[in-house]
Design a protein around this ligand. Structure first.
Ligand SMILES: C[C@@](CO)(OP(=O)(O)O)[C@H](O)COP(=O)(O)OP(=O)(O)OC[C@H]1O[C@@H](n2ccc(N)nc2=O)[C@H](O)[C@@H]1O
Ligand SMILES: Nc1ncnc2c1ncn2[C@@H]1O[C@H](COP(=O)(O)OP(=O)(O)O)[C@@H](O)[C@H]1O
Length: 282
């Protein structure tokens, strides 16, 4: 049995530069991993098929599951004749803007590489990842990175200063495709990405927090007022930095002190059913 941890990501910045001919948007974003993770176990089976089991009722146990897709592509591409049973222990909220499904797919690519001793290079793993989704390549590498292209061109960055993250996910459904579809390129207030990179290089927590920015946030907020309400609650509870992650709807806040993180956590618990308090992994 092989085990892999699949951490969630948050976006410290998310900028959209233009719409591409292939329908995707050219992005520039700073992403980092956090200590909120799914856990996957991989076992070889003799039947030539992929099996997936998860107790989470929001996660499909068939070919719609991104981990299933990753295993199928790996099997075909590398001519693996044996099958694999994947057990998925889901902790990351689903459809949250935290790349949970993408991280499960990435963990599956890493897990199958180890289980079948394929000894693939990082570039080979990244190639499979890009076939599954825009966030999967970042999840294969993890850490902290500047992502460009549709998300697959990655440049590693220093980890953020260690801090607490409080996340709250309102109970609303988001379609990433719909959110990108509503981007109005003339009206965007672009993030100051280079300031965030400088803040990471100098381990400057306040500068990092002051420059958190996501061009998708006003779009999702416009559709779901609860996103703005969570942001206000976090700001009122004195969070140092507050931002929606990815296409949302999860909002996160960053603070240095545990006591402050606990205050923010407690102020949101009655308001939101899914609230988490974790550390940065970066
Ligand atoms: C917004 C972000 C930010 O990290 O994350 P999430 O909110 O999903 O976590 C990502 O760009 C999401 O990546 P991911 O969820 O992998 O997207 P994909 O499956 O590749 O694409 C879903 C749909 O989003 C749109 N899309 C995605 C990425 C991109 N650069 N431009 C796009 O226009 C496309 O319409 C695509 O059909
Ligand atoms: N392993 C998985 N975990 C979570 N969701 C998955 C998984 N595989 C497929 N999905 C589907 O992908 C969609 C997006 O889920 P997720 O990756 O959690 O969100 P996001 O892209 O917002 O970060 C969900 O609607 C879910 O049904």
């Amino acid at each position: 049995m092989i085990y892999e941890k699949a951490p969630a990501k948050i976006n410290l910045t998310l900028d959209v530069l233009h719409k591409r001919e292939d329908g995707y948007h050219e992005v520039e974003m700073v992403m980092t991993t956090i200590d909120l993770a799914d856990r996957l176990a991989f076992e070889m089976i003799h039947d030539d098929r992929v099996e997936i089991a998860s107790e989470n009722r929001f996660v499909p146990n068939d070919k719609r599951n991104l981990a299933f897709q990753a295993a199928t592509i790996m099997k075909e591409k590398y001519h693996i004749k044996k099958g694999v049973r994947i057990h998925l222990n889901k902790n990351i909220p689903v459809a949250a803007g935290l790349a949970g499904g993408s991280s499960d797919a990435a963990a599956t690519i890493r897990g199958i590489n180890r289980l079948f001793e394929l000894k693939l290079s990082q570039n080979e793993l990244l190639e499979v990842a890009a076939q599954i989704g825009s966030d999967v390549p970042f999840c294969v590498i993890g850490g902290t990175a500047l992502a460009k292209g549709r998300g697959e061109q990655l440049k590693p960055l220093p980890s953020p200063p260690s801090c607490w993250i409080v996340l709250a996910k309102p109970d609303v459904g988001i379609s990433t495709k719909d959110v990108y579809g509503q981007v109005k390129l003339d009206h965007i207030k672009h993030p100051n990405t280079s300031s965030v990179i400088e803040a990471l290089e100098n381990q400057d927590f306040l500068k990092m927090c002051a420059n958190l920015s996501n061009v998708l946030e006003p779009i999702t907020t416009n559709m779901h007022s609860k996103v703005e309400q969570i942001k206000s609650k976090m700001i009122n509870a004195n969070a140092t930095g507050v931002l929606m992650s990815g296409s949302g709807p999860t909002v996160f806040s960053l603070v240095l002190k545990q006591a402050k993180a606990e205050r923010i956590y407690n102020s949101l618990r009655g308001f939101c059913s899914e609230v988490y308090m974790v550390r940065m992994l970066g």
